[in-house]
Design a protein around this ligand. Structure first.
Ligand SMILES: Cc1cc2nc3c(=O)[nH]c(=O)nc-3n(C[C@H](O)[C@H](O)[C@H](O)COP(=O)(O)O)c2cc1C
Length: 293
């Protein structure tokens, strides 16, 4: 089945799916496996020192001939990266390396990143920014972002005290934005994937769900622990939904959809094949899903 959205037109991937950014885990081999599966693999730039970053991107050539991008998580003022406090020029060094290596998609998150978007646009490439609130999505669109990744409260990673659920975020923001939305937060199976498209997204970003794959560089012990998460447990619930008790290292509710640790290629095939079966069961007969709106 052909999946056609504004996002996979920009990313030139087979499927409208994008890998999340992962501090510590978003390494090249993991990203290459996601790209080989038909999505857009993302290398989390700050997992590497800038000095060795060019070599990392060049090493991707031996692992995939498919498109991939990078993420730069810009820290708010006063918040350090693993390499201390970075200036705008420091972050831009990663961007320059990516541009020199011919990348086309640059994703940013965590704080304002217009300075990155400007440089990416000067080079004729695409800038995607991740937000948690509709009002931040609107600001990022105004600042020129070509797509917005919108993370709902169900998602893992950084939280905002006034964050809404993925459903509320998507359906409200779809009415406000012109640029395409990439849905994130709690999505771990084909129904979640299709549901996000129906709620206004033109691609899905997978975080937690792909941490339960063979290629994710976390230990097998940790993956087993995540698989056994009881998402209905009160402590788990607090860590995800209660801003004061949050724990950004806790995998999201998407774990509930995963039953074992499988290769990324199988994970992606499962989502896409099941999504197609669901569409057919609803009476959809075309071989192409076109949701360019
Ligand atoms: C271990 C871990 C580390 C993460 N690190 C980052 C990061 O450095 N930058 C970022 O933008 N998002 C980060 N995220 C968030 C993911 O990129 C993604 O937005 C989120 O996981 C989506 O929700 P889901 O886990 O429910 O799929 C991280 C998530 C996890 C689980």
């Amino acid at each position: 089945m052909i999946w056609n959205t504004r996002i996979n037109q920009m990313t030139k991937t087979k499927y409208p799916i994008i890998m999340g950014a992962f501090a510590g885990l978003g390494k090249a081999k993991f990203a290459a496996a996601f790209s080989n599966g038909g999505g857009l693999g993302i290398i989390t730039a700050l997992n590497y020192k800038v000095d060795g970053f060019k070599k990392v991107l060049q090493g991707m050539e031996s692992m995939t001939d498919k498109p991939f991008g990078i993420n730069i998580s810009v820290r708010p003022p006063g918040v350090k990266t693993p390499y201390g406090q970075l200036t705008e020029d420091d972050y831009l060094k990663y961007v320059e390396i990516g541009l020199n290596e011919g990348l086309n998609i640059f994703t940013t998150s965590a704080y304002q990143a217009t300075f990155i978007g400007k440089r990416v646009h000067e080079a004729g490439c695409y800038w995607y920014h991740k937000c948690a609130l509709p009002k931040h999505a609107l600001s990022a669109e105004k600042a020129g972002a070509d797509a917005i990744t919108l993370v709902g409260l169900e998602g893992a990673g950084a939280k905002h005290p006034f964050q809404n659920t993925t459903l509320v975020n998507l359906t409200i923001t779809k009415k406000l934005l012109k640029v395409p939305i990439i849905a994130a937060g709690g999505i771990g199976d084909a129904r979640g994937f299709l549901g996000a498209l129906a709620m206004g997204a033109e691609a899905v970003c997978f975080g937690t769900a792909i941490m339960l794959t063979k290629e994710c560089p976390a230990s097998t012990e940790l993956k087993e622990k995540w698989l056994n998460t009881n998402i209905f447990d009160e402590h788990f619930h607090k860590k995800i939904y209660d801003f004061e008790a949050r724990d950004i290292k806790t995998p999201s509710t998407a774990v509930a959809h995963r039953k074992n640790i499988i290769p990324i290629k199988d994970f992606i095939e499962e989502i896409m094949n099941n999504a197609e079966l669901i569409l057919k069961s609803w009476g959809f007969t075309s071989n192409e899903l076109n949701i360019i709106s």
